[in-house]
Design a protein around this ligand. Structure first.
Ligand code: PRT
Ligand code: ZN
Length: 291
């Protein structure tokens, strides 16, 4: 298989935590391609797009340098590499926090404890910036992996590492002292390539498809029955994109109301809808949503 030079290229993680959700997002957005095994790239069957499978650490630079027009990688890697890329969209998966953690047994109260201590991390740049901003003079030990065992091995007194469930910290007798940054997978682009006239339209079409899935994931389609007299109250509760669809029912005192409700306010809205008289509430996932 040969790379088609005219196609837009997108860098994605070859094998790791972001690989599966990235491929799932792209396929759900309608891009058809094979993503198996150890191949370096794949061609999209129904869109002028090539997928390059890389180590996540290399993705920001590949996009900055224009080897790929687009890339999907964690905010933590983008920040650590300091790459000059356009941050196009937060993707809602691969969520974690970059945190400072210390031994539970030390009963540390605040950041000043770190003064003069050694902190092990794979994120020296982000950590250095944080220490400068907070005026704490501590040393940084750069390690390549298994950061969490550094305190047990007496290599460092604290660590700065990614945390998601917190299990790894707990298993190593550590706890979070401070969170430095929140991270999730992001879609990034090469500023100069995105602006090239030959790419503009294709990038726009790519973004519309991705955003169609992202917006749909953040919303639910809600249908309910209610007394016609409750309509004003229901409208006041619904945060909908535009006015809800209202359908008369056979029983003339009743109406059906359809609307879109954001996922993050979902239960609050449903509870209030019930309070103002809605019943038979049906909730449906949305496949795609184009604004
Ligand atoms: O081979 P390659 O270089 O491509 O992959 P990698 O080994 O460097 O990265 P990978 O696949 O482990 O992670 C890719 C990205 O996933 C990271 O850059 C983050 O943006 C994101 N991510 C989300 C995480 C985590 N959650 C996570 N929990 N990356 C790593 N972890 C590790 C963390 O380092 C720690 O060891 O999981 C452990 C903590 O997890 P909990 O659940 O025990 O708290
Ligand atoms: Zn990596």
């Amino acid at each position: 298989m040969k790379l088609n030079e005219n196609n837009l290229k997108i860098a994605i993680q070859k094998s790791g935590r972001l690989t599966e959700p990235t491929i799932e997002l792209l396929q759900r957005s309608g891009f058809e391609f094979e993503a198996y095994g150890r191949q370096l790239f794949a061609t999209c069957r129904n869109f002028p797009l090539e997928f390059l499978f890389l180590r996540d650490d290399d993705i920001p630079e590949y996009v900055q340098d224009g080897v790929c027009a687009l890339g999907i990688v964690g905010s933590n890697v983008i920040e650590e590499k300091g790459a000059q890329v356009k941050r196009l969209e937060r993707l809602g998966f691969g969520k974690c926090r970059l945190s400072l953690a210390v031994p539970v047994a030390e009963k540390v109260k605040d950041l000043t404890w770190l003064k003069g201590k050694m902190i092990a991390t794979t994120y020296p740049k982000i950590l250095r910036r944080f220490l400068e901003e907070t005026g704490i003079s501590a040393s940084i030990l750069e390690v390549n992996g298994s950061v969490e065992i550094a305190p047990t091995l007496a290599m460092a007194e604290a660590i700065c590492d990614l945390v998601s469930t917190g299990t790894t910290l707990r298993m190593n007798g550590l706890c979070v002292l401070e969170t430095i940054m929140e991270s999730e997978a992001e879609l990034i682009g090469c500023p100069s390539l995105l602006n090239e006239s030959k790419n503009k339209l294709i990038v726009e079409r790519f973004l519309m498809r991705i955003r169609g899935v992202l917006v749909a994931r953040r919303n639910k389609y809600v249908m309910m029955n209610a007394p016609a007299t409750a309509l004003d109250d229901i409208r006041a509760v619904l945060p909908g994109l535009k006015s809800p669809t209202v359908v008369p029912l056979a029983d003339s005192d009743m109406i059906a109301v359809h609307s879109v409700v954001p996922e993050d306010r979902f239960w609050e809205v449903i509870e209030r809808l019930k309070q103002v008289g809605a019943s038979g509430i049906l909730v449906l996932p949305i496949e795609k949503m184009i604004l």
